[in-house]
Design a protein around this ligand. Structure first.
Ligand SMILES: [Zn+2]
Length: 290
């Protein structure tokens, strides 16, 4: 071999090996990025709207407030940098839960939509159906005992409806229990005492760290037996300031106080964000109660 070529080859090998040696050292190993479950209880006045951001980067919206709140819910989700809602849950067809849902469906890429097997003849309800149809989406009927496949790092189970028919529309509410590692959230929509009794009878594990109170803290929900089974550390009430229903009712507030449960309220605290690392839950409040 020609000496010149030999030296050039050696040089190339040296350069290559030195550059390759330098490469790994120049990269400081990045720490594993923390993974959180973020639950946003969006302040929509008198109504419910809960945005769930999972540790694996999936998104679920449970309810979208009343008609007047649709744009606000959309812009809130957009501000989170979210373009796709993998799952939408419309707990039941009352306007304070599904009013803003047509805006949401129109504004985002949507995966699955869960609704109970209950219709309403209102324009609000029809608007939601039209938005779903126009997007070429199908409704998945919610049934108790079914798991929602959202993110393998969390468990999302439907605990109600348990019957085909109810007298009260509120009792058709889709009730969801969400578990991330050692932390858990129970989200009962507007489910009332009758539905609570059914869930207890079915033997579901209701114990949860956080309970979003059923039906905006009305006395028709959060029966003593149910509260005891859930025995939450934290309670959240989604209600509008000075609402005409008097929600939350004083009987409910008394029960929470007696049980020593920490309470947050959207009418007092604005939007409430609960962040779980799987072990602990921290709360970010839009404003302190005053
Ligand atoms: Zn409601």
């Amino acid at each position: 071999m020609n000496l010149k070529i030999f030296i050039t080859l050696l040089l190339v090998i040296f350069l290559l090996s030195s550059c390759c040696n330098i490469e790994p050292d120049s990269k400081t190993p990045s720490p594993p990025s923390p993974v959180f479950l973020k639950m946003h209880f969006i302040d929509v006045g008198q109504g419910d709207s809960i945005l769930v951001e999972t540790p694996g980067g999936k998104n679920m919206l449970i309810d979208a407030g009343d008609n007047s709140e649709g744009e606000r819910v959309v812009s809130y989700i957009e501000k989170e940098g979210i373009k796709r809602l993998d799952v939408i849950v419309a707990t039941h067809p009352d306007s304070d839960h599904i009013g803003g849902m047509d805006n949401v469906v129109e504004s985002f890429d949507v995966g699955k939509i869960y609704m109970p097997d209950k219709t309403k003849t209102t324009k609000t309800f029809k608007d939601v159906l039209v938005s779903i149809r126009d997007k070429g989406l199908k409704i998945t009927k919610a049934r108790a005992g079914v798991n929602i496949d959202l993110d393998p790092s969390i468990n999302v189970e439907i605990l109600s409806p348990n019957s085909a028919e109810y007298e009260e529309t509120n009792n058709y509410s889709i009730v969801i229990k969400l578990v991330y590692d050692n932390t858990s959230f129970l989200l009962p929509g507007d489910a009332e005492g009758f539905s609570e009794k059914e869930m207890i009878k079915k033997g579901y594990d209701l114990k949860s760290d956080v309970l979003k109170l059923g039906h905006h803290g009305s006395h028709s929900s959060t029966t003593p037996d149910f509260l005891e089974k859930v025995s939450p550390k934290y309670a959240i009430i989604c209600a509008g300031k000075g609402n005409k229903f008097g929600h939350p009712h004083k009987e409910t507030l008394k029960k929470l106080k007696k049980a020593g449960i920490q309470l947050y309220r959207t009418d007092k605290n604005g939007t409430i964000i609960a962040i779980s690392d799987g072990k602990r839950i921290e709360f970010n409040l839009e404003r302190e109660d005053n």
